[in-house]
Design a protein around this ligand. Sequence first.
Ligand SMILES: NC(=O)c1ccc[n+]([C@@H]2O[C@H](COP(=O)([O-])OP(=O)(O)OC[C@H]3O[C@@H](n4cnc5c(N)ncnc54)[C@H](OP(=O)(O)O)[C@@H]3O)[C@@H](O)[C@H]2O)c1
Length: 334
Amino acid sequence: MSSILITGASGFIGSFLVEEGLKQNFEVYAGVRKSSSHGYLQDKRIHFLEFDFSTREKVLATLEECKRNNLRFQYIVHNAGLTKAQKKEDFYNVNCRNTIHFIEALIESDMVPEKFLFISSLAAYGPGDPHSGEPVRNIHEPKPIELYGKSKLEAERYITSLKNFPWLIVRPTGVYGPKEKDYFVFFQTINRGMEPYIGFRKQVLTFIYVRDLVRLIYLALASAHVNKAWFVSDGNEYPSELFAAITKKALGKKTIRFTVPLFVVKAIATIGERVAGLWGAIPTLNTDKYNVLSSTNWRCEVEPLERDFGFKAEYDLEKGVHETLEWYKKEKWL
Ligand SMILES: NC(=O)c1ccc[n+]([C@@H]2O[C@H](COP(=O)([O-])OP(=O)(O)OC[C@H]3O[C@@H](n4cnc5c(N)ncnc54)[C@H](OP(=O)(O)O)[C@@H]3O)[C@@H](O)[C@H]2O)c1
């Protein structure tokens, strides 16, 4: 039986990675923190390993302990990461520095797996050209527009600089599905009868349903590919109005539509950031968020997914949103 270690197993994507690993008969090791919830990790077959990535020595101690117990991982998916942070330095520390500690400790303990897959993000490259509307491609120069994306890009740069290390990188666009908490706020807003837009420019969004992303990740691990990176989306483009329309239809809701001009959002973000900055904190609406919200082209290439894995998403937004909303309703989130 092949073994797989999934870090950040307690989170949204991590818990789906664990579920799929068990389904595919892997020996699944859930990498968690002492403080992590086990709420989505109830299957008795899951083995738990506590990691503290804050220093290389701490990771090394855990890996040496694994070695003493004759435990080796064929595959590692390094999924632990921060998409939101309270302090600016948290992004770099968790998404980049911790990744470096982890890999250095794997090398030092001679525990390098057959494949190490890093979950980066489309944010590492930033949005595509707003004028040409061309999708972001591997051949383009990365231009992250916020700290989150920059921290993922720095981690990628470290990983891709390694010699003789079997890395793979996936860069998903927005991932949605059951258990997810950020798009949920949008679904909740529509459910309350409000349909907000930011700015008057047309925004093109892309998405990937969590089950499709997880399926792709296991295809990548099983493939012969190594030292290669892919963007991941369902291959469709969604104007922001379509996202709202699909949600409204699925919820059977009528909404009041309103637009907040970009300059207002920018003013709130800038002032909020200055005030919160006095305490070293980041407000929910900040200039990074403004940059993301005001970018109009979030397309990314998907042809390599089809070419390398024969991958086609099984879920478009309509099917995925429907399944997601059913889950939120069942769990009484909505
Ligand atoms: N969701 C998206 O749209 C999206 C898009 C592209 C890429 N990604 C990437 O996908 C990965 C998973 O994201 P998600 O959406 O599933 O987020 P999530 O639900 O917040 O899960 C994040 C996971 O990372 C763990 N984690 C956070 N800080 C950590 C630390 N300092 N040390 C160890 N573990 C830590 C969390 O553990 P606790 O439970 O203990 O907090 C949790 O298990 C991230 O790397 C993210 O950047 C997400």
